[in-house]
Design a protein around this ligand. Structure first.
Ligand SMILES: Nc1ncnc2c1ncn2[C@@H]1O[C@H](COP(=O)(O)OP(=O)(O)O)[C@@H](O)[C@H]1O
Ligand SMILES: CC(C)(COP(=O)(O)O)[C@@H](O)C(=O)NCCC(=O)O
Ligand SMILES: [K+]
Length: 261
């Protein structure tokens, strides 16, 4: 069999085709498209895949996008299943005031992170989960797998666009992050990088203090490579497929391996 996982964010749809609905399953095929190109997803990629026997997805991009993807899934006769955050699943307790209002992508990433943390040994099982996409989220898991809460801030693109539209003098090309920027492009890129890195640093220290140990620091998302330099200061691990991993853990738990259409 094969099992499809989908992560639809506010910028891109990411998909992965796995051998089975299981966290240790091999990844067979994967791809990503920006939301503007979603209508071509069947012709460009999915029609060439072996038909998945089941799927689980998370979507934070809204109903219209979700329905367009469901039309593609229908061509396989595949019943769409979209994750909603719950009070407890995949070994994680959801501490959000209204658990179901937590973004499904954050929920999947937390479940994936908990799975990662446990495979590293209980002493280091607290984790900080950073997703760097359209927005940046910084979510904390304690040593027991309780999601304590987490912050949302604008991602690189949103920060730059806000500065561009809100000022007259900041319409410049992308720059490079440096310690002491000496031109507008570098100043903007450095500002965005420091804003995110500084927020991560604060959250990391806060969680370490609370849990009395060094948390696992996991970073994922399309723009995570822009924060590579953070590894000079913090023990950050870049993980490619944290959301896919969480979706597989949850799919296995829900017995979605063999869905009927
Ligand atoms: N081909 C690409 N098209 C658009 N953004 C890209 C691309 N490659 C990397 N990125 C970066 O990744 C970010 C989107 O990351 P992603 O995790 O897909 O976000 P989301 O889950 O919010 O859709 C963009 O803001 C951009 O910085
Ligand atoms: C925080 C998010 C906008 C992140 O979206 P992304 O950057 O992945 O496109 C998304 O997880 C969301 O809409 N969450 C719902 C609100 C919440 O989590 O509190
Ligand atoms: K995301």
């Amino acid at each position: 069999m094969t099992f499809l996982v989908i992560d639809i964010g506010n910028t891109r749809l990411k998909w992965g085709l796995y051998e089975q609905a299981h966290p240790e399953s091999p990844l067979l095929h994967q791809g990503a498209v920006v939301l503007e190109d979603i209508d071509g997803l069947w012709e460009s990629a999915w029609q060439h895949l072996p038909r998945p026997e089941g799927m689980l997805g998370c979507v934070v991009a809204g109903e219209a996008i979700k329905r367009r993807v469901e039309e593609h899934l229908n061509r396989w006769g595949l019943q769409p299943r979209w994750l909603v955050a719950t009070p407890r699943a995949g070994g994680v307790n959801n501490g959000y005031d209204h658990p179901h209002r937590l973004g499904a992508d954050r929920w999947a990433a937390l479940v994936g992170a908990r799975h990662e943390a446990l495979t590293q040994g209980v002493a280091r099982a607290a984790a900080l989960v950073i997703m760097v996409g359209t927005a940046v989220t910084i979510d904390a898991l304690d040593t027991q797998g309780n999601f304590l809460g987490g912050a949302i801030m604008p991602g690189f693109g949103l920060m730059l666009r806000a500065l561009e539209t809100g000022t007259a003098g900041l319409k410049v090309p992308m720059g490079t992050a440096t310690d002491f920027p000496t031109n507008t492009s570098d100043a903007l890129t450095s500002g965005g990088t420091d804003a995110i890195a500084g927020a991560v640093d604060r959250a990391y220290r806060r969680l370490a203090r609370r849990e009395g140990c060094d948390p696992l620091l996991l970073m994922s998302g399309g723009a995570a490579p822009k924060l590579l330099s953070l590894a000079d200061e913090l023990p950050v691990r870049f993980v490619d497929h944290l959301i896919f991993l969480g979706l597989l853990v949850l799919a296995a738990e829900q017995g979605l391996g063999r869905q009927t259409s």
